[in-house]
Ligand binder design. Sequence first.
Ligand SMILES: NC(=O)c1ccc[n+]([C@@H]2O[C@H](COP(=O)([O-])OP(=O)(O)OC[C@H]3O[C@@H](n4cnc5c(N)ncnc54)[C@H](O)[C@@H]3O)[C@@H](O)[C@H]2O)c1
Length: 367
Amino acid sequence: MICYLIIMRNKIISEILEDIVNRLGEESRFLEGSTLIISGGAGFLGSYFLGVIHLLNEKFLAKPCHVISIDNYITGTKESFVGDVYGEHIKRVEADIRTPFSVPEPVVDYIIHAAGLASPVYYNKYPLETIESTIHGAKNLLELARQKKPKSFLLFSSSEIYGDPHPASIPTPEHYKGNVSCTGPRACYDESKRLAETLCLTYHQLYDIPLKIVRPFNVYGPGMKPSDHRVVPDFITRAIAGAPLRVHGSGNQTRTFCFISDAVVGFFKVLLSQKNGEVYNVGTDREEINMAKLAHLVAEYFDNQIEINLVDYSEAYPADEPRRRCPDITKISRELDFHPTWDLRSGLKKTVEWYRDILPFDWAPDL
Ligand SMILES: NC(=O)c1ccc[n+]([C@@H]2O[C@H](COP(=O)([O-])OP(=O)(O)OC[C@H]3O[C@@H](n4cnc5c(N)ncnc54)[C@H](O)[C@@H]3O)[C@@H](O)[C@H]2O)c1
């Protein structure tokens, strides 16, 4: 097991957390004196929730926000890249959200279901855990919500619920119904996210759960585990090791990449909004780029000295990728004043710097 140098929060993570807190401004006052439960709190996005709330508690909120973070560490790590945030106000519980969960706190104000197997390599490896963590996890937290009557319940769905959208529906708006296989190599992830949305909306209709759903589109940035295997950490960590970058298939498949601080601002805006039963794309609609070009962009940070190869999909990486993915973010921009500010080059630069800081000099990719 390789030990990364991430136990201490580094300067780049501190700057990102400050940026998020500044951009949230007065909106974050809703968290004052509240209690929040999050599943998947040791993951990439969950850790930012903890880091932001830790900073808000230190600098902004008159009464702290209390957090209970649940994780079974199937892919998350106990050492957090946002630093040692755990203590009086932020507690971690090692638990599997697939089993019913209860807390002694009489009042819970916010519940977030972010646990899941988000990276294709991991959901390919753990398909049943992927389905159960998404569905049983949602059901257990919804039952908790029925008891505790929170102000807001946020489900992390995914842009993958759209599958491979018809070109006429790109950028893809929330009302696009999807073009998804229920038997394909990615079905355990895509279809469980789709059913989780249905399950949560049903609880909203039957029991008045104050539900919100976010569909993130390729969020990236400092904090993604070097062994995460999603495309940005994969390219950058391989480049740092001097290994060739592997582009799956033709390399023509496109994505838009949303830098972490933009995305986290969007997630908090949705969580804290007063509108219930709503679904929002969270991402950026700018700079749709194909994977071959992304590899070349990453190579630029390494003086173009990195080899780039087109490779077949391996057994570890599920095929049947969507050809294009780009969100229509009109809804969240208009309703919640969400506007991404980071361009791809600036975000990649920060991400490369972070991996250079935390990876040991003898780092070697594990696949
Ligand atoms: N990051 C993105 O670009 C992106 C895009 C679309 C959707 N999402 C969704 O957002 C959520 C968070 O994504 P992320 O990037 O932080 O993923 P991540 O893999 O970094 O974190 C997920 C966390 O959930 C934990 N977990 C998994 N199963 C669990 C279980 N049964 N009980 C308790 N903990 C469990 C893992 O250990 C991990 O710490 C996921 O639901 C993911 O599907 C993320």
